[in-house]
Design a protein around this ligand. Structure first.
Ligand SMILES: Cc1cc2nc3c(=O)[nH]c(=O)nc-3n(C[C@H](O)[C@H](O)[C@H](O)COP(=O)(O)O)c2cc1C
Length: 401
């Protein structure tokens, strides 16, 4: 199988274009790193940080510092695969910046000695509203891949969404005890294989399938290297969920339409959540077609260069759904305050992608656990500072604009 979150572009024009832009991209890479990422890392007074970030996971004061460690440890191609986005990566940056443009309206004189961060999704109580996003090919970041992230999520009691293009199978990941475990689906055009994937997810105990709807084709990821394709072709990167299905011809299904929601309901018993909805129009269609939930996501800025942060898309989606189903958000979440703002604007829960992978790449399981601990602690702190003790009580009155 060729794959998704890697460049399939072997076109020579594009290669020439890439070469001529190398200097500009390197400059942009540096600026993105210094400007967007390290702002978080540098914001930690009193913490002696070398250019490689903290020496132990526990020394990281925020997830930005884990990013420094990941960057220092990762092979360059793996780093580009993780960090990269579409076109000029403005959407990657916008996802983060837009959170900073929203203010928090804190209330005073509230007893915040006890804070409850639990949320209920599809009848299941989650200890925290922070879930792990589906991130494919985690063997690029750690030898034991998704199993390590799952162990950390299990230890810290976070829900996890496993990518269909994980290196380890959904059955193996489920055996870590991570719960709830949801399964993300990229359907191939061969629906028999799709059905096989659904069966494996159900056998592993998944109660939710997350259909990614923002990838009819791969986004234009100019920094992503074809080495990934070579590794896949050589069998260096196993695809745990697809074992035994033979060669997969189509990595994307550009023919997929809203009928897929019916198809999924007809072919599995899992709840169907659509990941990648960013407009009111599609949110209304999702309700009309009987989807069970939505993730407002732009794939971390890796698909279309929309110049819209997901936090900017969230209000119209929430308004259109009007409470009919849970709405989650991902992309650009780096701080507990970002989570607080998303919850205030109507998200029922949030997912994080790159931040836990920074922990994974930098320090393995302790790194993922620490990334989750930092975000949990930051959320609890901002709830206390803003004078609110339950997730359900965080409403639009707590934010500006
Ligand atoms: C390296 C990488 C691989 C990803 N793989 C998948 C995938 O297999 N399936 C999917 O639906 N989304 C995938 N995503 C998108 C994430 O699920 C999520 O939408 C995004 O990472 C959120 O943005 P953030 O990284 O800024 O938190 C991937 C993202 C990254 C960074």
């Amino acid at each position: 199988m060729t794959h998704l979150d890697r460049s399939s572009d072997t076109d020579t024009t594009a290669a020439a274009h890439r070469a001529s832009d190398a200097a500009a991209l390197a400059r942009r890479d540096f600026l993105t790193w210094v400007g967007a990422s390290s702002l978080l890392a540098l914001a930690a007074p009193g913490c002696a940080l070398g250019p490689s970030g903290p020496r132990r996971a526990a020394d990281a004061m925020n997830v930005g510092q884990l990013e420094l460690a990941a960057r220092a440890k990762l092979d360059h191609d793996a780093w580009l695969y993780l960090a990269g986005g579409a076109d000029d990566e403005r959407t990657v940056a916008r996802n983060v910046e837009a959170f900073r443009e929203i203010g928090i309206r804190a209330r005073r004189l509230v007893d915040v000695s006890s804070v409850d961060t639990s949320v209920e999704l599809f009848g299941v109580t989650h200890r925290t509203p922070i879930l792990l996003c589906p991130v494919g090919f985690q063997q690029l970041f750690h030898r034991e891949a998704e199993v390590v992230s799952a162990r950390a999520a299990a230890a810290r009691r976070h829900g996890m969404i496993l990518s269909s293009v994980s290196n380890r199978s959904v059955g193996e990941v489920a055996r870590t005890g991570v719960s709830p475990l949801w399964f993300q689906l990229y359907p191939t055009t061969d629906r028999r294989i799709t059905q096989g994937l659904l069966q494996r997810a159900e056998d592993a105990g998944c109660e939710v399938v997350v259909l990614t709807v923002d990838a009819p084709v791969l986004g234009n990821r100019e920094r992503q290297h074809t080495k990934l394709a070579d590794m896949l072709a050589m069998g260096d990167l196993p695809l745990g969920n697809y074992e035994g299905f033979g060669e997969i011809e189509n990595e994307f299904d550009p023919t997929m339409t809203w009928d897929m929601v019916d198809w999924l309901h007809d072919h599995c018993d899992m709840r169907v959540v659509l990941k990648g909805v960013v407009t009111a129009e599609d949110a209304e269609l999702a309700v009309a077609r009987g989807a069970d939930g939505l993730v407002v996501s732009n794939h971390g800025g890796r698909q279309e260069e929309s110049d819209r942060a997901t936090i900017e898309c969230l209000p119209e989606v929430v308004a259109a759904v009007d409470g009919a189903m849970p709405v989650l958000l991902d992309s650009g979440v780096r701080r507990g305050t970002d989570i607080f703002k998303a919850l205030a604007l109507g998200a029922d829960a949030v997912c994080v992608g790159r931040p836990y992978i920074w922990g994974l790449a930098g320090f393995g399981q302790p790194g993922v656990e620490h990334a989750l601990d930092l975000l949990d602690a930051e959320l609890v702190r901002i709830m206390r500072l803003a004078g609110v003790t339950r997730i359900a009580d965080i409403d639009a009155g707590f934010v500006t604009g």
